[in-house]
Design a protein around this ligand. Structure first.
Ligand SMILES: Nc1ncnc2c1ncn2[C@@H]1O[C@H](COP(=O)(O)OP(=O)(O)OP(=O)(O)O)[C@@H](O)[C@H]1O
Ligand SMILES: O=P(O)(O)OC[C@H]1O[C@](O)(CO)[C@@H](O)[C@@H]1O
Length: 677
């Protein structure tokens, strides 16, 4: 193993060259423990001893909290007679705990004397009932969170007139990550006097099998991770629920059939209405209308349907694919989808090809119609090899462009782990910049060997995936990069001594198999020391400040017990809303602050086509895994991510595979365990 590398903060991004993504054919080797298409519920992962959230409080607790004023304004609410929820205790060995040592779960208790104080320095925001007076920056997710601009202590709600007047007075500012001032900043504002936070309707456009739903699923995950309430409304799902004879074959999509065309138009508009209802009833912020929307007349009807809806802006996203090989691969994927499940594959493929042909007859790409109406749109061509953006305005629409410039389909592995055990971990102290213990160093050394092994295994899988279609179907052994493979593909083995035929691959195929491997650490000793055992000839090792652990401000280097005793208000305030709670003191952060600090890391991981290992911290690991899991907001800060555990994330054409490996310091081995999806 190499000697520890000298680490220095490096510039994070290389020049972003948009390159065509290689064709990805699903790798059907190692079966994941998770359903690749479903974001896991991860109830098992939840921090069972963690802070009790409002949603976890018992009726009795909630009743006692009802004692607070009926409508939370922005003044501190003395929790009169609040009987704190009973500490949750758990004997489950897997239950994570609030101690940082992760060795012995400590039941979490709210301090009964706590009376959270409103912090003068923070903005005043209407808050959900239980967290009304937390020290926090709260970013309303929808119109329903309105600012209250009257003096502290005034518990009467603002009148509509007051509200309207106060809004006129307030200039609109971009709702940018980590913003701490404006409540109703309008993410799509284009100047003074904009209304309250606007909503964005994203309308997908594209022929079947162009990746629309794939893009939609990634955008939904990305916006929700950024804490913008986002949901997809797929017309195909709506249709399948109403399929008259269980299945709609290609004729249903014939544009020359007036009856089925009417049915399809009605279904599309009904789905769009469901999206608007969601805006209204569930505080939606970004609604994605997922359909082919393949004609200007359809898109005109959509614009008409939306034009009288207040505060709604639109963004069309078209996925165009000229790569015949990718289209053919996509069509093959469709045979596993809901339209053709358990049906004859050959017949299904022909039917789907006929459906595409019927759509192609009338297909009108985004262009003059939308530009004449000044409608915002993005064209994604060949998975981002080329992107055309027209009249993009507003923060939320800009986020879509930023994301769509940076995703790809290339099979690779994303590894995430915390640093090895540090001296502070052994003492239960948070934050700090301690070095590793002997055990922590051992973990780092063994981690390097484990990743090396998994890297080689994945390369073997890629070799078979990439060469499966080529001339390798002859019988005999093959040698590639010094390894010999059994070309029968029925099992994955390589032997140094078998007689083999050297195989030469073209550079494009070779690039798909031999992938670089990045190792990213924070600038904290415990993280960089864990990476010290990776060979910097074989791994691109980078240290970056944005991966630093959450800053706990005045609580830095404290144990949770000391925080509970020295800062009981803070302790309870954080327990009630770890996501939004920001530690007081210089540099103090909330989970939300760290989410926005990690935004560019997430987008870079999405952009990369090669492997990466992030050696982070507890909060960093939670937030990265939460992104790929598509976690619910209230769960992000409670994922159970103990020390000496490695997570592997493999993006798939439909969904994501997750693997988990636990380290055994006695045997110095890593064992794959169920990811608890
Ligand atoms: N930008 C893209 N261009 C082409 N193919 C893509 C793109 N993004 C993802 N894909 C691939 O397209 C395949 C099919 O994607 P998806 O099901 O989302 O198509 P679709 O356009 O929604 O089809 P349909 O309209 O029939 O629902 C996915 O398996 C994915 O690997
Ligand atoms: O958000 P939680 O559950 O307090 O965990 C974050 C803490 O975990 C640690 O990384 C390990 O103790 C601390 O440095 C950090 O403050």
């Amino acid at each position: 193993m190499s000697t520890p590398n000298s680490q220095r903060e490096t510039s994070f991004f290389k020049d972003d060259q948009l390159v065509q993504s290689p064709v990805s054919s699903p790798s059907l080797h190692e079966s994941p423990t998770s359903s690749p298409s479903l974001s896991p519920s991860f109830q098992n992962l939840k921090d069972l001893n963690g802070p009790r959230l409002p949603s976890q409080l018992t009726q009795n607790d909630t009743d006692s909290m009802q004692a607070a004023p009926s409508r939370e304004t922005n003044v501190s609410t003395k929790k009169e007679n609040t009987t704190p929820p009973r500490p949750s205790t758990s004997t489950s060995p897997n239950a994570s705990s609030l101690t940082s040592s992760d060795s012995s779960p400590v039941p979490f208790q709210l301090n009964p004397q706590h009376k959270p104080q409103r912090m003068a320095s923070e903005g005043y925001f209407a808050m959900p009932k239980q967290v009304s007076s937390l020290r926090t920056e709260y970013r309303p997710a929808s119109l329903h969170h309105v600012p209250s601009f009257h003096s502290p202590g005034d518990s009467t709600p603002p009148s509509p007139l007051m509200l309207a007047q106060s809004m006129k007075r307030k200039g609109s500012t971009m709702s940018i990550p980590g913003q701490t001032s404006s409540v109703y900043s309008n993410p799509n504002s284009e100047g003074e006097g904009a209304g309250p936070e606007e909503k964005l309707v994203i309308i997908m456009v594209g022929l079947p099998a162009r990746g629309k739903s794939y893009i939609v699923n990634k955008l939904v995950r990305y916006y929700n991770w950024l804490q913008y309430n986002c949901k997809a409304f797929n017309v195909g799902n709506h249709r399948r629920k109403q399929a008259f004879h269980g299945h709609d074959d290609a004729s249903f999509f014939d544009p020359s059939n007036p009856e089925t065309s009417k049915i399809r138009e009605d279904m599309a508009m009904n789905t769009l209405s469901a999206l608007l209802d969601w805006f209204e009833n569930e505080n939606g912020v970004v609604g994605i209308f997922d359909a082919t929307n393949s004609t200007a007349s359809r898109r005109k009807a959509i614009v008409e349907h939306l034009k009288n809806v207040p505060y709604v802006t639109t963004l069309f996203i078209e996925s165009v694919c000229n790569d015949e090989q990718l289209i053919a691969a996509n069509m093959r994927m469709k045979l596993f989808g809901p339209d053709y499940k358990n049906m004859d594959p050959e017949k299904s493929l022909r039917d789907f090809q006929e459906r595409v042909r019927l759509y192609e007859q009338k297909y009108e790409p985004l262009g003059k119609f939308e530009e004449d109406l000044n409608l915002r749109y993005i064209k994604v061509i060949d998975v981002g090899k080329k992107v055309v953006a027209f009249n993009i305005r507003g923060f939320l629409a800009g986020q879509a462009v930023f994301f769509l410039l940076n995703f790809n389909l290339s099979p690779r592995q994303i590894w995430v782990t915390r640093h090895g055990e540090s001296l502070d971990n052994t003492m239960g102290r948070i934050g700090g910049n301690a070095s590793l213990t002997k055990l922590g160093k051992q973990y780092g050394e063994d981690l390097a060997m484990f990743i090396e092994t998994k890297r080689a295994e994945f390369q073997d899988r890629l070799f078979f995936d990439v060469t499966r279609e080529s001339n390798l179907m002859n019988h005999g052994n093959l040698s590639f990069q010094g390894k010999t493979y059994n070309s029968s593909f029925n099992n994955l083995y390589s032997t140094e001594h078998a007689v083999s035929t050297p195989i030469e691959l073209d550079p494009e195929d070779e690039e798909k198999i031999i992938k670089p491997f990045s190792v990213w650490t924070s600038m904290m000793k415990r993280s960089m020391e864990t990476a010290a055992y990776f060979d910097d000839e074989q791994y691109d090792i980078k240290a970056m400040r944005m991966l630093n652990e959450i800053c706990s401000g005045i609580c830095d280097q404290h144990t949770y017990e000391e925080i509970k005793n020295n800062y009981p208000d803070e302790y309870e305030a954080r327990a009630l809303d770890k996501l939004n709670y920001r530690y007081p003191g210089s540099g103090g952060e909330s989970y939300l602050d760290v989410i926005y600090r990690l935004q560019s890391v997430i987008v870079e991981i999405e952009r990369m086509k090669h492997h990466v290992l992030v050696i982070g911290h507890r909060v960093i690991t939670r937030i990265i895994i939460a992104y790929f899991l598509g976690c619910r907001r209230e769960d992000i800060a409670h994922l159970n991510v103990p020390l000496h555990t490695v997570y592997c994330i493999e993006p798939q054409p439909y969904g994501t595979n997750f693997y988990q490996y636990n380290y055994d310091p006695q045997t110095r081995t890593f064992t794959r365990v169920p990811f608890h999806v």
